[in-house]
Design a protein around this ligand. Structure first.
Ligand SMILES: [Zn+2]
Length: 429
């Protein structure tokens, strides 16, 4: 079961990305699952004296095991305008006009309007289904389309309309600090270093949202431990996270609560909207069902030799999923994947984590399966959304949205069919 997590950060936050280079510690725009899991576990272990020398630690501690052990997932948290928005990395299939990038005015609501976002996934699926497409890689103004990177957020529209979207930019500040001499505890000569921290907007709060997965008993175990170990802060519990906590960074309040409403249409509905259709409305490929997994966190799937794999085909998914449709087919020509190297600091252990290369958040995996496997496809997608896919799922890795409606909302062909008669002729040539 998914619960909604809201993390409110007061003041600067530094989620380090790798070791400092040239005395500059670069930061990330989001909070990995391991970072807030480690911060909560550390606060609990300290409070109960489990980190003291000679203490038994967290071993054979049922409440701690229930709250942090197997069966729970701490998801990645992404920044958004406020807690009512659901934030995520933009999928790698999203493009935008080179001259005027970003959401169009009616979608953005504020800021200088762009020429809109265009998503390429459904076009590629249509091609896999044997359909031609009228799309050329150009914006309506004639400019080239470019990959659009970054973060976005969505929430239900007013009057129950489809969701509204917004792009998210996190303000960052380079904070220069003086190194201290350990011997004299005064400023060390020639040692300056810089921290690239995320800072709150004008309202003074940086707000991150995401998920926590576990049953009700486990959530209650976690809440009980946090109530004992962390002082109250607003509607949540105070916690310190990230790098440079001793220098006053990373003051936050975490809140886990029941998910309000359904943020996404039902899985059946999303799957239906993904099927390639001819202009007449007939399915273009009635023998297959097409679907995708859009990653919200890194995905690590290893092949038989133990190497990280960029083509998660059926045989490779077998160790990771119980409900695999028969003849599940990975579609590399429709997918969009990128690699990223991850490291980190295991706060509860006080040790660095090993370097691992995995598929980056925002990667889009496209698949098809025989139309007769409909129930198995739905079971597979439900399993991935509920439990995550691949390795390190407890730290929030392998979180994916099946048939994300974003790909339908920003489908590049939609614009062609909805028409802009004057200028379209030049694009279809
Ligand atoms: Zn344009």
């Amino acid at each position: 079961m998914r619960w909604r997590v809201v993390l409110r950060v007061e003041g600067p936050l530094l989620m380090g990305s790798g070791p400092a280079a040239q005395m500059v510690q670069l930061g990330r725009d989001f909070v990995p699952g391991s970072a807030w899991r480690g911060a909560l576990a550390d606060a609990v272990l300290r409070h109960f004296g489990a980190k003291a020398p000679g203490a038994a630690g967290a071993k054979s501690w049922p409440a701690f095991e229930a709250a942090f052990g197997a069966g729970v997932r701490f998801g990645f948290l992404y920044p958004g305008p406020d807690p009512t928005w659901d934030s995520f990395p933009l999928p790698l299939t999203v493009y935008s006009c080179k001259a005027a990038p970003g959401l169009a005015e009616r979608e953005a609501g504020s800021g200088s309007p762009g020429h809109g976002l265009r998503d390429m996934l459904l076009v590629r699926l249509r091609r896999c289904a044997g359909l031609g497409t009228g799309r050329a890689g150009r914006c309506r103004c004639g400019e080239r389309l470019e990959r659009r990177r970054g973060l976005a957020a969505r929430k239900a529209g007013p009057d129950g309309d489809g969701p509204i979207y917004r792009e998210v930019k996190v303000a960052r500040r380079l904070m220069v600090r003086v190194g201290l001499d350990r011997r004299t505890e005064t400023a060390a000569e020639g040692i300056l270093y810089a921290l690239d921290a995320a800072v709150p907007g004008p309202d003074g709060i940086l707000c991150f949202t995401g998920g926590w997965w576990g049953d009700r008993e486990r959530l209650e175990a976690l809440q009980d431990l946090l109530e004992a170990a962390c002082p109250p802060a607003g509607e949540g519990r105070a916690v310190r996270l990230g790098t440079a906590r001793a220098r006053g960074l990373g003051k936050a309040a975490v809140e886990i609560r029941a998910l309000p409403g359904a943020p996404l249409p039902s899985l059946e509905h999303r799957l239906e909207a993904f099927q390639p259709r001819r202009p007449s409305g007939e399915p273009a490929d009635p023998r297959h069902l097409y679907f995708s997994l859009t990653l919200r966190s890194p995905l690590l799937v290893r092949d038989r030799t133990g190497a990280a794999c960029g083509r998660p085909e059926r045989a490779l998914l077998e160790p990771y999923a119980e409900n695999l449709p028969a003849d599940l087919e990975f579609l590399p020509e429709a997918s969009a994947v990128e690699w990223e190297t991850w490291d980190g600091w295991a706060m509860a252990w006080g040790l660095p984590r090993p370097l691992v290369t995995a598929l980056a958040p925002g990667s889009v995996l496209a698949y098809r399966a025989p139309a007769t496997e409909r129930e198995a496809v739905l079971a597979f997608l439900r399993e991935v959304e509920d439990r995550g896919l691949g390795e390190r799922t407890a730290q929030g890795w392998g979180e994916a949205v099946a048939c994300d409606p974003l790909h339908v909302t920003f489908d590049v062909d939609k614009e062609v069919s909805e028409g802009c008669p004057a200028r379209c002729s030049s694009r279809t040539s």
